[in-house]
Ligand binder design. Structure first.
Ligand SMILES: C[S@@+](CC[C@H](N)C(=O)[O-])C[C@H]1O[C@@H](n2cnc3c(N)ncnc32)[C@H](O)[C@@H]1O
Length: 274
């Protein structure tokens, strides 16, 4: 586990692995076109040699393959179970277009100067040493190549209607807990500095919105699913009565015909100097 040096361990989902996969799937697919457009705005182009790090279940890998028909993609993840699942689902894709690597982002084992772009989506918030990871990704980029990080920031997470009582205080507790175990749910705001400190030039940033009126509400229901909060309950982060209150608000959100939710992603890019 030490090679992870991150706060995301798929195995820790115990008997909720299937639900977590569905959540990741919805989170990847909802509003993908919007996110892809923002990636293109920051320099992603068809034909580029792409490395996707923390590719996990491969839902983003699949979309990248569809939208970059002239690109060769390498998908890297540390988790054998996630990687094997993705490999099986995408086994029809020829090796000339898709390669799999099981490794840590800190030590990819990949040769230097190979990639036009590295994409890291929802990985950096989990990393204990983000600067070390960024340095390794810079090493594998070609001079002039880009690191593109897609992440969140709980400070500007988004909005939910009807309001889910306690959601904001719960998010703030989760942020503190994640920080205590080495992650950072406020990573979004720190991305420009991170890229600059890692020696990237032309640092740029943009935001991208997932909105249920545009992209459907089902994925958001999974995102706020009350079942996800049993672990904070077990960890003593929230009390039984707070959990009950959350359950009631969640039920109201799910049942309301007027429900909507919006979530903001932050995308930052930097270029490896020539
Ligand atoms: C929240 S998931 C994101 C998956 C995917 N990028 C997406 O956007 O749907 C985080 C992923 O990072 C992977 N991960 C965690 N620590 C890692 C490390 N040190 N090196 C490589 N991957 C890691 C996990 O196994 C998991 O697949």
């Amino acid at each position: 586990m030490s090679a992870h040096r991150s706060t995301y361990h798929f195995q820790s989902f115990d008997n909720r692995e299937e639900a977590e996969l569905l959540r990741l799937r919805e989170q990847a697919l909802m509003g993908w076109n919007n996110q892809f457009r923002t990636m293109v705005g920051l320099g992603l182009q068809d034909g580029m040699k792409v490395l996707e790090v923390g590719s996990g279940p491969g839902f983003i890998t699949e979309k990248l393959l569809e939208d970059l028909p002239g690109s060769e993609i390498t998908a890297l993840d540390i988790d054998e179970v996630l990687l094997n699942g993705a490999r099986q689902r995408l086994s029809h894709i020829p090796a000339s277009r898709l390669q799999w690597v099981q490794a840590s982002v800190y030590e990819t084992g990949l040769p230097e100067g190979q990639y036009d772009i590295v994409i890291a989506r929802l990985l950096f918030l989990h990393l204990h040493q983000p600067l070390e990871a960024a340095a390794e990704l810079k090493r594998v980029l070609k001079p002039g190549g880009k690191l593109l990080i897609v992440d969140i920031d709980d400070g500007i997470f988004g909005a939910v209607h009807p309001e889910i009582d306690l959601l904001h205080s719960l998010l703030s507790k989760l942020t503190k807990r994640q920080a205590a175990s080495g992650g950072n749910r406020h990573i979004g705001r720190g991305l420009p500095r991170l890229l600059t400190q890692a020696g990237f030039a032309d640092v740029d940033m943009d935001a991208c919105v997932q909105h249920s009126d545009l992209h459907g509400i089902e994925g958001f229901k999974r995102q706020f699913d009350i079942e996800r909060f049993t672990s904070p309950l077990k960890a003593g982060l929230i009390t039984e009565s707070e959990y009950e209150q959350l359950s009631r608000s969640y039920a109201q959100f799910v049942q309301s015909p007027d429900a909507y939710a919006m979530m903001i992603y932050l995308l930052a890019s930097g270029t490896k100097p020539e």
